[in-house]
Design a protein around this ligand. Structure first.
Ligand SMILES: [Zn+2]
Ligand SMILES: [Zn+2]
Length: 327
């Protein structure tokens, strides 16, 4: 399916007039806070480095953990490591694991069809961020969470994040406070003045948290909007997914989205040698270190392994049937 002129109505499960204010307000406030980065007094090289490194490090909370580990179960890591990355993902303010995974599994079930929670065939802006601010009975109800994420909710920590509504925001605020305090300490150490300490503390908060959060949002949202709109296709999948190299660079491999839709279970999105997938290299490194297990190989390797297993089993079956026949 590649006819981009096709248009979709909003899913019938979306309540257009029911705005989720807590999401809408956070979205507007965080963008306003990120704009503080234009104030020259708040610029420091440390803040800029914290922002750039943070986009990739905290982004792994979403790409590596929420997406490939929790949504698709493309590999397994020890529970302590999984929860560490869930905490990092919570610092991106992209909702709890249960809610994120519910929306994404629903997306894969209905991609670019009427029930897709964020198809650009409705409008580009709907797929990019507007869907976040509207109630959708297919993805934002307790029934939906139980239908899509029984496996996630069986973990007491992830269940606690659903039951104690302040837990996830508190984790986010604690990490923001940590950036402020660390910056204050660095500034004091560098300048020995209160003004220097305050400047560095606020710089790390604005660049290392507010701006970084907004950038990670737009990168994640681009996977929903841009990579279902612009790019090339390696596979004739039954939706409009694309491989978009800009998104692939920023979202460290998630932009090879047509490859991903073709082979959702695979830990790797790299189907050609130049389709670099840093998130997969992260997984491969953990496998090397003995920390990642059950890493799902690409489809063609899984099929070859299956065929090999069938071939190995065939002579035995043949031998058995010959023995049964008393030959
Ligand atoms: Zn998609
Ligand atoms: Zn996916």
């Amino acid at each position: 399916m590649s006819n981009q002129t096709q248009r979709l109505q909003l899913p019938s499960t979306v309540m257009q007039d029911r705005i989720l204010w807590r999401y809408a307000v956070v979205l507007v406030v965080m963008h306003a806070l990120a704009l503080l980065a234009v104030i020259p007094w708040l610029f420091t090289w440390t803040g800029l480095i914290a922002c750039v490194v943070g986009v990739f490090f905290f982004g792994q909370g979403i790409n590596f953990c929420y997406h490939r580990l929790l949504t698709h179960r493309s590999f397994v890591v020890p529970k302590w490591l999984e929860r560490f990355w869930v905490v990092i993902a919570l610092c991106c303010l992209e909702d709890t694991p249960c809610k994120w995974v519910t929306t994404h599994r629903h997306h894969h079930k209905h991609s670019d069809h009427e029930d897709d929670p964020h198809s650009p065939l409705v409008t580009f802006l709907w797929s990019h961020f507007q869907w976040v601010t509207r109630h959708n009975t297919a993805t934002r109800t307790t029934d939906a969470y139980h239908y899509y994420t029984k496996d996630i909710l069986s973990d007491p920590f992830y269940m606690a994040l659903e039951k104690r509504l302040l837990l996830a925001p508190m984790i986010f605020l604690a990490h923001a406070a940590l950036f402020l305090v660390a910056g204050y300490g660095i500034g004091w150490w560098q300048t020995g003045t209160m003004a220097g300490a305050l400047q560095m503390g606020l710089s790390l908060l604005v660049w290392g948290v507010f701006l970084r959060v907004v950038l990670v949002w737009h990168i994640t949202w681009s996977v929903n909007s841009l990579t279902h709109t612009w790019g090339y296709r390696n596979h004739d999948t039954p939706e409009h997914s694309r491989n978009n190299w800009i998104v692939a660079l920023l979202a460290v491999g998630e932009g090879w989205h047509n490859n991903h839709h073709h082979d959702q279970a695979s830990a790797s999105n790299q189907h050609r040698w130049w389709e670099i997938d840093l998130t997969y290299y992260h997984i491969a490194l953990l496998k090397r270190l003995g920390l990642a297990r059950k890493v799902v190989a690409p489809k063609h390797i899984r099929r070859a392994a299956q065929a090999e297993r069938r071939l190995e089993a065939a002579p035995q079956t043949e031998q058995r049937s010959t023995a049964d026949a008393g030959v």
